[in-house]
Design a protein around this ligand. Structure first.
Ligand code: URA
Length: 252
């Protein structure tokens, strides 16, 4: 059986962005850190880092943030960039300020364009990140595209062919599935994550994407009650849905 990891309290809290180790020592001395209701006055002590710690530990009276190994599902709003350092509004600005100082850092799992909305995952778990974006896993990404011009009826075969080439690339796209919703709306399922892939696929077919929204990743759906800009922590069952093909429910 795997051993429960342990950490010095000051190191743990500092890695979660609460402040420097000396600040944590002062906070502990002042009675600002409790575990199961009892004050932890010595920030140098080691504590077991168990998944239930956020339910048991309080920092200045508030529940401890999620410990490392977190996965968040964000309904990405339009106009925000998936980057740690570009100018303008960044998706990380949505999260609590101190989370920017967490180590390991939280990163998006893949990217959505600034003008694409919908399901975006973020994690500090590098192994999970690579599992999701690995081309070998063929995780399905389902996008709803609103188009400038009516579909001609030839796009479905072109996208499914496995021979479609995008400008400037030397490897054909893996087959993608088009489901027509109306003359100017379609769901497109892709298993790769090439740069601006969906917009470029429709452009190559002579159309233009006016709005793009990601609805699903594998079997994980964007919950209907998660408004743009809102996020939720995912549990193990929800994370497992990413690697399933069928649509699963995100019941709480
Ligand atoms: N394809 C795009 O063109 N943009 C995205 O954000 C995602 C997929």
């Amino acid at each position: 059986m795997a051993q429960t990891p342990s950490s010095r309290l000051d190191k743990l809290l500092s890695s979660m962005g609460y402040g420097s180790r000396s600040e944590m020592a002062r906070l502990a001395k002042a009675g600002g850190i409790t575990l199961d209701g009892a004050v932890l006055a010595d920030a140098g002590q080691r504590i077991p880092v168990t998944p239930d710690l956020p339910m048991r530990m309080k920092i200045d009276g508030a529940a401890l943030d999620p410990i490392a190994g977190l996965v968040l599902l964000l309904n990405k709003p339009l106009g925000m960039t998936c980057s740690h350092k570009e100018a303008g509004a960044l998706v990380y600005d949505i999260l609590p300020e101190r989370w920017k100082r967490r180590s390991p850092a939280i990163s998006t799992i893949g990217r959505l364009d600034k003008q694409t909305s919908g399901l975006l995952l973020l994690t500090d778990d590098g192994r999970l990140l690579h599992r999701v974006i690995s081309p070998k896993r063929h995780v399905k990404k389902i996008y709803r595209a609103t188009l400038a011009r009516p579909l001609t009826g030839t796009e479905g075969d072109l996208f499914a062919s496995g021979r479609m080439m995008l400008d400037g690339e030397d490897k054909p796209l893996a087959p993608a599935e088009l489901q027509v919703i109306s003359e100017t709306e379609a769901l497109l399922t892709v298993t790769e994550g090439r740069y601006h892939q969906v917009r470029r696929m429709f452009a190559a077919a002579g159309n233009h994407v006016e709005a793009l929204h990601r609805e699903r990743l594998g079997g994980l759906l964007l919950p209907a009650d998660l408004a743009p800009g809102q996020w939720k922590l995912l549990g193990e069952e929800e994370i497992a849905l990413i690697f399933q093909d069928s649509v699963g429910s995100l019941g709480d």
